[in-house]
Design a protein around this ligand. Structure first.
Ligand code: FAD
Length: 168
């Protein structure tokens, strides 16, 4: 048998700064911001000139970039914590633990997933109550905020942000 396609592939192309490669050596869309993604392609996006939305997110009917994926995922995660039982049964606690473990393994941005798994080994998910789960989720999100140089969120406000709405 001849060499596999991997061994005959062209030498790796140089990609612009910010473009994260997937484990297949190709640019990973869900690991890269749309602005960085757009800088490596001259493709015309639907309805306009080349890369007119380079500073915004991807068009709504395109695959998500790392930011859109992140915002949607945090919305789901915090909403799960917000609707988690106040006093969960052992079965519900197991389900929440399992869900977070699988989520951290299946998250589509592999660099994000690896760091998140590492965080979860340092700071085990707390699922004993809604309050604990919501606080832990807030701390997990803050860990990513810190890594990205973003402002940390005040975790005493997680429930107002994700369950009850602001008190005014
Ligand atoms: P987001 O950070 O998405 O937050 C959405 C909203 O949540 C905010 O507007 C705010 O109202 C609220 N919020 C913010 N912080 C908290 C908090 N601590 N608790 C409760 N609510 C809060 N991106 C990368 O570039 N690199 C990574 O390695 C990476 N890892 C990620 C790992 C995971 C598990 C997830 C889900 C996302 C990851 N992201 C990563 C995406 C990143 O966290 C952001 O989602 C993305 O940069 C968009 O940020 P944003 O400023 O729009 O708001």
């Amino acid at each position: 048998a001849g060499p596999s396609p991997e061994t005959t592939a062209a030498p790796p192309k140089k990609f612009p700064k910010g473009v994260v490669l997937g484990k297949d050596g190709k640019p990973c869309r869900s690991c890269t911001s749309f602005a960085d993604w757009a800088s490596q392609t001259k493709k015309t996006v639907k309805g306009g000139t080349a890369n007119p939305t380079a500073t915004a997110g991807p068009p709504s009917d395109c695959p998500p970039d790392v930011e859109q994926l992140g915002r949607s995922s945090w919305t789901l995660l915090h909403s799960i914590a917000a609707t988690y039982p106040v006093s969960p049964t052992p079965t519900e606690q197991n389900q929440a633990r399992q869900f977070m473990g699988l989520f951290s393994k299946l998250y589509p941005c592999w660099v994000c997933a690896e760091d998140f798994q590492e965080f979860m080994t340092r700071s085990q998910v707390r699922v004993e109550s809604r309050e604990e789960f919501g606080q832990w989720m807030c701390e997990a999100h803050n860990e990513v905020n810190k890594k990205l140089g973003k402002k940390e969120f005040d975790c005493s406000k997680w429930e107002e942000r994700w369950r009850t709405g602001w008190k005014d």
